[in-house]
Design a protein around this ligand. Structure first.
Ligand code: GDG
Length: 750
């Protein structure tokens, strides 16, 4: 797997600089007395990313946290690493003690961490946390900018650095920026607690790609964006379009270096190490293992409660089963110090209650264990317990599996750890249900050997086939794909005005304009949308110079009334009705569709009648269900009820979501693209189409234009348009410049 990754990197990333950005650094210089030691964090992720940069070269930007870090860097704060065979640059970011306190211990670990793990009473917010979080993010972004050219590939890690992508994006619009979010992403009812929900989401939407551990977190993120920002969210393609930029979301379950753990666990040395451990702690009989940072989300207390019950309920396991808890102190501040105290008191309680002169139920190791020894514990243990109340993935589960060379152990895994999504073969537990939890421990310990082996084989096969190198490969592969898509993507019109004007001045344009969100701002409800006087005057000026059609999701009469200009073409109902010069030229009303639509609307209106803010708009051929003003607490109910009913009509209607509206159209009815094609063929006179629209339903028209050499502009960004404008209020200046352009020499009529 590692070889495949190396080949992929050489082929695809050789000519672009890779920059990794994380809070923690891969190498820290630490002084102890006169000597300086270089420490390498033991984490599998750091060492795998280190492997990647060893192949690609490039830069790792991280906080210089070692007490001798400053002495090791050059004037640009860089140091070549790895120390014994330098192959890439570590660029250090300096943080003041106050910033470390507020950015790291404050906003990162007392706001975002507990929020994302839904431990809400632990969320502690202070204004200064946020101020320093933003300041520290600016320092990271500044360091990245010093290293990154416009075609760099930048890979940011985790919740400490939410604002970096947008800050970098502003200065390097062409860079490919991806983010991996290692912890859970909660649903909107939780995330809305964050006082800076909007800023955090906007910062992250500077990315081209955001990776999460499991699909649920992707969905939660999309829901949060949908609720908090006026963005287009596509649940099918898993993209967000915001201010003209597209961010793709995807789940990449992280993993471990299977071969390394498996090989280490198969050596003779390990057998000797296991004998030493048994001797040191006087172990006989079954053993269990827990390896965690001393972290409340890992729920050591729930695990201990289950163990207490286990020894209380199943007396025959007393003196026959010992649980070893390795708990490495982490973030040594409150609330962690109190948590540590409570855990230690609980362990003491269990040991006093059930222990004997020659047996302790719980062996507690509160210092970091070397990796090679850790593997011995994993290999030795008959059962490993992961009890997280919420966890992005949990690598310990996978490390245990990879180390089970003799396949005799069983994995007890919290159903709330991301790993539970993948690890079929584990004994799943709900850590809150401590009685069931203690029974599961008994079940795991008494499981017949063939059963355990079958489960462990299944687990090992999965982790082997989905190891850390595959994970990096998959993320980089997606980054490369996203970068390619980005190259073909639309450009911000005001940055490319010269090219655009040149393209327009060489042709005779036919102008197509969408109404809501393009000519008129999106209003709270559709009946409130109005065309401003200036926009009305502008469209009038344009239609005197070039042929012009308004293409809208509204019914023909409605849109005609709102625009109020008679001698232009109108396409209504998303293209299934066309009107010009006082006559309806196309109307696709079909009575079976109409009957089905009436039935669907009747069902929706009765099912949704109790939800304030739902607006059902019957437009004859099509219908729109608006929910812009539906309150947050009713949204889930709305979408549940809607989806349940809509499912019965999938074979009759195309149902798509737009900006807080769901559109219902007969499957075979014309879309906006069909209308544009028809108008061009019948009334176009060989002119070149130009289309401006903001909605998902305008994408069909953008695609038609591609095949006809037209020029398309989307308001807010899109997949198929050539150019984009950021907001609706940019349409007027743009049309103004169009009017001056077509007024200056382009013939007005074909
Ligand atoms: C986040 C997410 C996600 C622990 N004690 C020792 C030791 N460890 C190592 C383990 C393992 C790592 O620490 C802990 O892994 P987790 O997965 O529990 O990670 P978190 O720190 O919570 O990190 C998590 C992860 O990011 C990756 O995306 O899985 O969900 O919360 O590797 O082995 N290592 C050594 N001695 C110890 O005493 N050598």
């Amino acid at each position: 797997m590692a070889d495949r990754l190396a080949r992929f990197i050489e082929k695809n990333l050789a000519d672009r600089k890779l920059i990794i950005v994380s809070n923690r650094e891969p190498y820290a210089h630490r002084k102890s007395g006169p000597t300086v030691k270089i420490e390498k964090p033991a984490g599998g992720l750091t060492s795998a990313m280190d492997d990647v940069l060893n192949i690609t070269g490039g830069t790792w930007v991280a906080w210089g946290s070692g007490n001798a870090d400053r002495d090791a860097v050059d004037l640009d704060d860089r140091v070549a690493v790895p120390p014994d065979h330098p192959s890439y640059t570590l660029k250090r970011v300096w943080l003041t003690p106050g910033e470390v306190e507020n950015y790291y211990h404050g906003y990162s670990n007392q706001v975002l961490w507990p929020l994302c793990h839904i431990t809400l009473d632990r969320v502690y917010f202070r204004k200064r946390f946020w101020e320093d979080y933003a300041r520290a993010n600016r320092s990271f972004a500044a360091a990245v900018l010093e290293e990154a050219s416009d075609d760099a590939v930048i890979w940011v890690h985790d919740y400490h650095l939410c604002l970096v992508p947008q800050l970098v994006r502003e200065k390097r619009p062409g860079a490919t920026i991806a983010h991996f979010w290692h912890i859970p992403w909660p649903d909107w009812s939780v995330f809305r607690i964050c006082p800076q929900a909007k800023e955090v989401l906007e910062g992250l939407l500077g990315n081209d790609l955001i990776g999460f551990q499991i699909p649920l977190f992707v969905k939660n993120f999309l829901d949060c964006v949908k609720e908090c920002l006026d963005a287009d969210v596509d649940y099918h393609k898993l993209t967000v379009t915001y201010h003209g930029r597209i961010t793709a979301l995807k789940a990449f379950p992280i993993s471990v270096d299977y071969e390394k753990f498996s090989a280490m666990a198969s050596t003779r040395r390990i057998e000797a190490a296991i004998r030493d451990i048994r001797k040191k702690y006087g172990l006989s009989g079954y053993t269990g293992i827990g390896v965690d940072r001393l972290e409340y989300t890992k729920a050591l207390l729930k695990r201990l409660q289950a163990l207490y019950l286990f020894f209380e309920r199943y007396e025959k396991f007393r003196r026959k089963f010992t649980f070893i808890q390795i708990a490495v102190p982490t973030r040594m501040k409150e609330p962690y110090l109190s948590y540590q105290k409570t855990v230690e008191e609980y362990i003491l309680r269990i040991n006093e209650k059930f222990g004997t002169s020659d047996w302790l139920p719980i062996v507690y190791i509160d210092t970091k264990v070397e990796h090679k020894d850790l593997v011995a514990y994993y290999r030795m243990a008959d059962v490993a317990i992961i009890s997280s109340i919420y966890d992005g993935m949990n690598l310990v589960a996978k490390e245990y599996v990879a180390s089970q060379a003799d396949r005799k152990g069983a994995l007890i895994l919290s159903e709330f750890a991301g790993a539970a999504d993948e690890l079929d073969g584990a004994v799943l537990v709900n850590p809150y249900d401590v009685e069931e939890f203690s029974s599961s421990l008994r079940k795991a310990l008494t499981m017949p050997q063939p059963d355990r082996e079958r489960r462990m084989d299944q687990l090992r096969k999965h982790v082997k086939e989905h190891d850390i190198y595959k994970w990096i490969h998959d993320v980089l592969h997606e980054i490369v794909d996203v970068a390619e898509r980005e190259q073909n993507r639309s450009r911000y019109l005001f940055d490319h005005e010269i090219g655009f004007r040149a393209a327009i001045s060489q042709v005779q344009p036919f102008l197509f304009l969408d109404f809501d969100g393009t000519l008129a701002p999106i209003a709270e409800s559709p009946d409130k949308a109005v065309l401003s006087h200036t926009m009305h005057a502008l469209v009038t000026r344009l239609k005197d110079r070039i042929p012009l059609a308004i293409v809208s999701g509204r019914g023909i009469d409605d849109v005609r009334r709102r625009v109020g200009i008679e001698d232009i073409i109108y396409a209504g109902n998303h293209g299934s009705e066309i009107w010009s010069a006082g006559q309806t030229l196309v109307s696709q009303q079909s009575s079976p569709d109409r009957m089905a639509l009436e039935e669907l609307l009747r069902r929706l209106s009765s099912a949704l009648s109790h939800i304030p803010g739902v607006l059902i708009e019957d437009k004859g051929v099509t219908a729109s269900i608006h929910y812009r003003t539906v309150g947050i607490k009713n949204l889930a109910d709305f979408s549940d009820l809607f989806n349940r009913i809509a499912r019965d009509y999938e074979k009759t209607f195309r149902i798509t979501s737009g900006k807080k509206v769901v559109e219902i159209r007969p499957l075979n009815a014309w879309n906006k693209g069909d209308a544009v094609s028809w108008i061009l063929e019948q009334l176009g006179g060989g002119r070149t189409p130009m289309y401006i629209g903001d909605d998902v339903t305008d994408e069909d028209a953008f695609q038609v234009l591609k095949g006809r050499g037209g020029v398309s502009v989307s308001v807010g960004g899109s997949v198929h348009a050539d150019y984009y404008l950021r907001r609706q209020d940019e349409v007027e200046p743009f049309l103004e410049s169009m009017a001056s352009l077509v007024g200056a020499g382009v013939p007005s009529r074909a």
